[in-house]
Design a binder for this molecule. Structure first.
Ligand code: IVH
Length: 710
């Protein structure tokens, strides 16, 4: 109870301080739970809440008299807000026990508990589990009567939630009526489906980008954006927030429908139940697996932990459930938590730390970004000491100042950001911290800093005169998704630009081993490696080259679309705005930006110099000509799963796209092929179930080699 560093207090004093601390913790937790559950406006990161919760749990375990009925450890908190009708859940919406030990021990402890409860002998075979992702959104109960969605409700306090049917109906992924799986003639009389409403990361980033561009309030994280949208009183606003849904469980269920020869038998396992929900047309996540025993759980936790960053949505852990529903029933519940399920966490994606200072970073396009210099903190699996503050307006709106305790978020490949300050920050503040201001001159090159009228961004007007912009342009050019020049990272780019060795992109290819080896701390070996990497990068694709040029508004996808459409660089460089508008997904802003870029003689010169330096790529006649001889995978959607023997995922995707195909994340009836490698997961099962053709790497290569898939 006391930190070991403190001198041992007398027993009476200890008892008193425990009582006082427990009361304080209860009050704090009530407050934060209300902010989180009821107002959707948390003031502290989840991990902070978990720590307070664990402290109170520990105190109550030590001194049971402290465990009061109103302790947050004893009930689920949350009140129904005015504005939505109340819904009494026919089957309470429970929560699950959370295993916060993020190591393998978390999974092992759960398996051991289950085995003990089931009174299994040590040599009894392993228990089978369904392992799922723990989606970071909000729980929803969907009620289907005779196959029709009649009500959607939030969890609320678990007994009573809010009727949010209007808003949920705007989520395209949620079927308004159930599909009838083959062999089923009538839907269940009552089927309550439970699952998570969430917002994908890319949609969340885009939403915040739009909010920032309008100078409006941004959302703290996808979960809050999703929760806010679901509880929007105006369904029209809710409908504009791009939400998604995954089903993971059941509420009240009367039956599983009627088939030709009587009632459809209920699914025997959690896995079969999810399959059944998917067959009814509900979205079910493909990243799940049936595994055996603690080893299987640990492997799943590890595997998904590695994939966590590349998932399109936030997860805060995985969930393990005993697979056999009969066993689930036997295990039953303790108070409000099932004994047959547990959430096993990953390191938190939000943490509190101290803002030590604010620097200005000059980006590739000259944009000045205020960057938070943080007291290093472990968040989302890495140590973060810098985080973006986006722009000065947002910084002011968030009210953060140097010295404040702030919340940092790092999720996926997204750049870490400061999402706000801790409410307690003001109390610690030095009395006279000056308000942050943008400099009038570029901190790197001294050029004038300008802001477009009404715009949110400040920009350095120095262009490629500015060393910062040159460095960023080089880094972008060499990046993994651009020319992929291995070894050309931050430090080397700094050296190359600062030493004056490189002033333009093409000069990169004039570097020889001798020049490079003259740089500080550059060994002959590394110099030779870099020259080899540069050589390798000369052979590329048109899409990568276009992306590498760093044309404003031309991201990876647009670059691919442009390459596919035009086939040749010359055709693209000479295209009119109208011709550019004919390209898939290219609008006026993008078309104008591309046209302006190639209208500048110095940009054309750079392109010519790069070609002269030996950069090359295969060219084709583009879409116009390929109408006669279609690409082998034109219009086809493929899904990749597992590890292929020689191709990386990126390489396989590039080959498929070059052949006119698309790569999707999940298998549906529209999937043309599933390409499966080693350790393929549920996507392979799904393909077999839907009768989708399955290929291995050889099969894919054979397909790519065809003239046309016909
Ligand atoms: S099962 C009785 N499965 O995590 C079991 N929950 O306390 C009920 N969650 O807010 C929950 N992903 O909304 C389950 N695959 C998953 C989940 C999941 C996310 C959420 C759920 C609830 C919390 C569990």
């Amino acid at each position: 109870m006391d930190a070991p560093a403190n001198p041992p207090p007398t027993q009476a004093a200890a008892a008193h301080s425990a009582t006082a601390r427990a009361a304080e913790l209860r009050q704090l937790l009530h407050h934060h739970a209300h902010r989180y559950y009821v107002l959707d406006a948390p003031e502290i990161p989840d991990a902070e809440y978990d720590t307070l919760f664990a402290e109170l749990q520990a105190l109550e375990a030590q001194v049971p008299a402290l465990r009061q009925a109103d302790s947050p450890t004893q009930r689920v908190i949350g009140q129904v807000l005015d504005g939505f009708a109340e819904v009494r859940h026919r089957v309470p919406m429970l929560s699950i026990r959370t295993e916060t030990d993020t190591t393998a021990a978390g999974a092992q402890a759960f398996d051991a508990r289950v085995r003990r409860e089931l009174e299994l002998a040590d040599d009894a075979p392993p228990v089978q589990y369904q392992a799922e992702l723990k989606f970071d959104g909000l729980a929803i109960n969907l009620r289907y009567e005779a196959g029709v969605l009649v009500q959607a409700a939030t969890r609320g306090d678990g007994e009573t939630g809010e009727d949010v049917t209007q808003n949920i109906r705007t989520i395209g992924q949620i079927p308004l009526s159930l599909r009838l799986p083959p062999g089923t003639l009538q839907p269940p009389a009552v089927l309550e489906v439970r699952g998570e409403v969430y917002m994908r990361r890319d949609r969340f980033e885009a939403l915040n980008e739009r909010q920032r561009a309008k100078g409006e309030k941004t959302f703290v994280n996808p979960r809050n954006a999703a929760a806010g949208a679901v509880r929007q009183l105006d369904p029209a606003i809710a409908a504009q927030r791009p939400l998604s849904f995954f089903a993971y469980g059941l509420g009240e269920v009367s039956d599983w429908g009627q088939g030709a020869s009587g009632p459809v038998p209920p699914p025997p396992t959690q896995a079969a139940m999810l399959d059944a929900l998917a067959a009814f047309g509900l979205p079910v996540c493909d990243d799940r697996a049936v595994v055996d025993g603690a080893d299987g759980l640990v492997a799943f936790h590890l595997r998904m932990g590695e994939r966590r960053d590349s998932l399109p949505f936030d997860i805060d852990g995985v969930v393990y459930k005993v697979n056999l529903l009969a066993l689930q029933q036997r295990l039953g519940f303790v108070t409000r938590e099932p004994r047959w399920a547990v959430a096993h966490k990953y390191p938190a994606q939000e943490q509190a730390t101290r803002l030590n200072g604010i620097d200005i970073q000059v980006g590739r396009t000259g944009k000045l970004t205020p960057v938070a210099k943080l007291e290093p903190v472990f968040v989302g699996g890495t140590t973060v000491s810098n985080a973006t503050l986006h722009n000065v307006f947002e910084l002011r709106r968030k009210g953060v100042r140097v010295g404040d305790a702030v919340i940092v978020r790092r999720a996926g490949d997204v750049i870490p950001e400061v999402v706000g300050r801790m409410p307690s920050a003001a109390a610690w503040r030095e009395p006279y911290v000056p308000n942050f201001r943008m400099p009038r001159a570029c901190p790197v090159c001294g050029s004038q800093v300008l802001r477009e009228r009404g715009g949110m961004d400040h920009r350095c007007s120095g262009g490629l005169f500015c060393a910062a912009q040159r460095k960023q342009a080089l880094l972008h050019f060499a990046g993994r998704r651009a020319l992929d020049i291995e070894g050309l990272g931050d430090k080397l780019v700094d050296q190359l630009v600062d030493s004056g060795l490189i002033r333009t992109l093409p000069e990169l290819f004039t570097l020889g081993v001798a020049k490079l080896a003259a740089l500080d701390r550059m060994a002959d070996k590394s110099a030779a490696n870099l020259v080899a990497a540069l050589d390798k990068s000369r052979s590329t694709t048109l899409a990568r080259f276009l992306y590498a040029l760093g044309i404003r508004h031309v991201g990876e996808t647009t670059a691919k679309d442009l390459a596919r459409h035009f086939g040749r660089l010359d055709g693209l460089m000479d295209a009119s705005v109208e011709q550019l508008l004919a390209v898939n997904d290219v609008g006026p802003v993008v078309a104008q930006s591309i046209h302006t870029f190639f209208a500048q003689p110095h940009n054309r010169e750079v392109v010519e110099q790069l070609r002269a330096a030996g950069l090359h790529w295969p060219e084709s006649d583009g879409l116009a000509a390929s109408a006669d001889a279609p690409l082998p995978l034109a219009g086809k959607t493929l899904v990749l799963t597992g590890t292929l023997p020689t191709l990386t995922r990126d390489e396989a995707q590039a080959l498929i796209e070059a052949a006119g195909g698309k790569v999707a994340g999940s298998v549906s009836k529209k999937t043309a092929y599933v390409v499966a490698g080693e350790a393929a997961g549920s996507k392979l099962d799904k393909a077999r179930e839907l009768g989708v053709a399955v290929l291995d790497e050889e099969g894919l290569k054979a397909l790519l080699a065809q003239d046309s898939a016909g």
